[in-house]
Write a protein that binds this ligand. Sequence first.
Ligand SMILES: NC(=O)c1ccc[n+]([C@@H]2O[C@H](COP(=O)([O-])OP(=O)(O)OC[C@H]3O[C@@H](n4cnc5c(N)ncnc54)[C@H](O)[C@@H]3O)[C@@H](O)[C@H]2O)c1
Length: 396
Amino acid sequence: MSTDLRIGILGLGTRTATLAPYLHRPGAGSVVVAGTDVRPDAFARAREVFGDGIALASDHRELLGLGLDAVLVLTPDHLHRTMTTDFLEAGVAVYLDKPMATTIEDCDAILASARETGTKLYVGHNMRHMPVVLRMRELIQDGAIGDVKAIWCRHFVSHGGDYYFKNWCSDRRNTTGLLLQKGVHDIDVIHWLAGATTRRVTGMGGLTLYGDVDSRADNSERVRTDWFSYDNWPPLAIRDLSPVVDVEDLSMLTMRLDNGVYATYEQCHYTPDYWRNYTVIGTEGRLENFGDENGVVRLWNRRRDYEERGDREVGFGGEGAHGGADASIIPEFLSFVRDDGPISTTPVEARDAVAAGVCGTWSVRADGAPQDVPPVAADLAAYFAGNQLPAGGGAP
Ligand SMILES: NC(=O)c1ccc[n+]([C@@H]2O[C@H](COP(=O)([O-])OP(=O)(O)OC[C@H]3O[C@@H](n4cnc5c(N)ncnc54)[C@H](O)[C@@H]3O)[C@@H](O)[C@H]2O)c1
């Protein structure tokens, strides 16, 4: 019988509630034994989920000496760098949720710390586990559309007001901007589907709606599930936005990748419906998804006029949060910690998605001025290409 990995969680908010069932499995591989947060009711909620025995602290450094096997960093984005490097330096493996950090400099500092300490670093890009993304990637890899030339992603964020404009996300000091905070998921998927990384971006966008809402409140002692409601509609009727709202609610990014693929990403935080729509165009066809947690991917690969259903349809779906992605990503992380198991997103790929999001945000704020996206240092790229194992060792 194997011993449970001893897990700590930094930030006992919404993301913790979603991941808890996959993490806290006493006797079945992992057990959450410690947590940290600064909200008054966070500890009571944590005890309900993880039991009265959980060690709780308001300063993450109090968890450093507890002999943990791993921590999950699930705090607001601007805290990711310090919390992650503190645990890497203590030799504790880290699951760091996306975005890796809010600046390129912070990402590179985290990468350098992981390499210098040799401690395992895993970045939680759960969209690489979503069935919709997996089906599209399989079709591309099977040659269903020939060579990929263009990827366009439209992101309809109906929950935007509730999720991103009433909490820490609306303040650019905490996120840089939502093109990064939210869009980093899709930038990473675009990179994965294209097999390449963004090297040049232009962006446009602005704060086009929520800036007109006067109702403000300090919601820092609550999390977004406390106020979320489908009845909060239309967007201009929303109440209790954060005191600081200085991020864009509408943004459009154009990307050129290092293999010549062109991509776009559009994000709007006040649509009625909430989903992502990708189309991938290749030399011999086109893919498009309808639905993103459960739905179909359609393939057009014959010349024709308008045909709604395409030439082939592939269904997808899964149980649980993010179309089953969260139930899949946590076992992958635990296997990485325990057995050097392979991981689906390298930390360098996570860094490259942040870099494109940061440069895209700069472009938006410079009225569309193009930005070159700096590559990661070659020595860091080489280290992380080896699954963070000493040269010649273990899993690929
Ligand atoms: N991969 C995904 O699908 C996904 C989904 C949601 C959130 N996330 C990421 O997870 C992270 C957390 O997001 P969330 O939605 O849970 O936010 P949240 O606001 O619901 O929770 C964050 C928690 O961190 C706590 N916190 C703040 N400062 C702290 C500190 N100094 N020490 C300890 N705790 C502190 C807050 O009190 C709160 O409980 C973010 O980085 C976000 O991008 C990822």
